[in-house]
Design a protein around this ligand. Structure first.
Ligand SMILES: Nc1ncnc2c1ncn2[C@@H]1O[C@H](COP(=O)(O)OP(=O)(O)OP(=O)(O)O)[C@@H](O)[C@H]1O
Ligand SMILES: [Mg+2]
Length: 265
């Protein structure tokens, strides 16, 4: 007899992108993440959900060492990307962030032209030899972020002159321009209208063919639409983690059920 349901992916070292073990994060003495273990799979969209203040952004920032930029923040535990300890002294955080790109909740274009925003990463990482090569990367990245049609005639205009939703798509174009292996997205659609949201969700689905994507979202519908795996955080703990369809239809923990049915949040 064949099972018609999609089987749970077999986890091998090939399909594992990140492994995190016993991760704790402190802001001064306040413990924001209280011992989290997570496996993030390659070619998969993982959604982080949970009430405000439970530590989703804090944990996400551990994965590309963005917490290093917050002086009072301290991270302990073991986090590996492709088996390599990303907190090892030998790791250059700038190189790490080219591999593990990030899109923030508030769009934050650089005070540069649209073209230069997208070209920034490829330039500093030497990804293009000629201006023509760079033009190709910029166009491809803007197309992937569903911004090309609106931006192609104003590539020399400042990125900050775009609308909020366009700025967010510009930031997505900037993040994908360095061809990252992992894309971290912290509520990337909260400033977008439904059309742009649908475009970004489509993009996320497309990126999954090549990359691992981790998305923080407050929208249960969005988590259900775009992710294959969902992690539910609560008060600094990872309460439940598994197949998205399972988490939304048959959660094991009472707190997960309360959250997804709207009783806590
Ligand atoms: N830069 C910071 N300095 C001090 N405390 C912080 C900082 N950033 C986050 N925290 C604290 O860490 C805890 C987790 O915050 P975090 O931003 O990770 O939550 P979140 O789940 O992303 O919430 P939201 O859904 O509102 O974005 C909160 O108590 C928050 O106040
Ligand atoms: Mg957050």
């Amino acid at each position: 007899m064949f099972d018609t349901q999609t089987p749970e992916k077999t986890v091998t070292s090939d399909t594992l992108k990140f492994t995190a073990r016993d991760v704790h994060v402190y802001y001064d003495d306040a413990e924001a993440i209280k011992g989290v273990d997570v496996d993030i799979l390659d070619k998969t969209v993982t959604a982080f959900i949970g009430p405000s203040g439970c530590g989703k952004s804090t944990f996400l920032r551990c994965l590309n060492r963005m917490n290093d930029t917050i002086p009072i923040c301290r991270v302990t535990g073991d986090i590996r990307l492709d088996g390599q300890d990303i907190y090892d002294r030998a790791i250059d955080p700038v190189q790490l962030r080219a591999k593990v790109g990030m899109v923030f909740q508030k769009p934050n274009p650089f005070p540069k032209s649209i073209y230069d925003n997208v070209a920034y990463g490829p330039r500093i990482h030497g990804l293009a030899n000629t201006r023509a090569d760079l033009d190709v990367i910029v166009e491809k990245s803007l197309r992937r972020a569903a911004l090309w049609d609106e931006a192609k005639d104003r590539l020399d205009s400042p990125g900050t002159g775009l609308s909020g939703g366009q700025q967010q798509r510009l930031c997505i174009a900037r993040a994908v321009a360095t061809a990252p292996e992992v894309l971290l997205m912290d509520e990337p659609c909260s400033a977008l209208d439904p059309i742009a949201t649908a475009q970004v969700e489509e993009l996320i689905d497309e990126l999954r063919q090549d990359y691992s994507v981790v998305i923080v979202t407050h929208s249960m519908q969005q988590a259900a639409r775009v992710s294959q795996r969902t992690a539910f955080f609560h008060l600094g703990h990872l309460v439940e983690f598994g197949e998205t369809s399972h988490i939304f239809t048959n959660p094991s923990d009472e707190r997960t059920e309360s959250y997804i049915t709207g009783r806590i949040g």
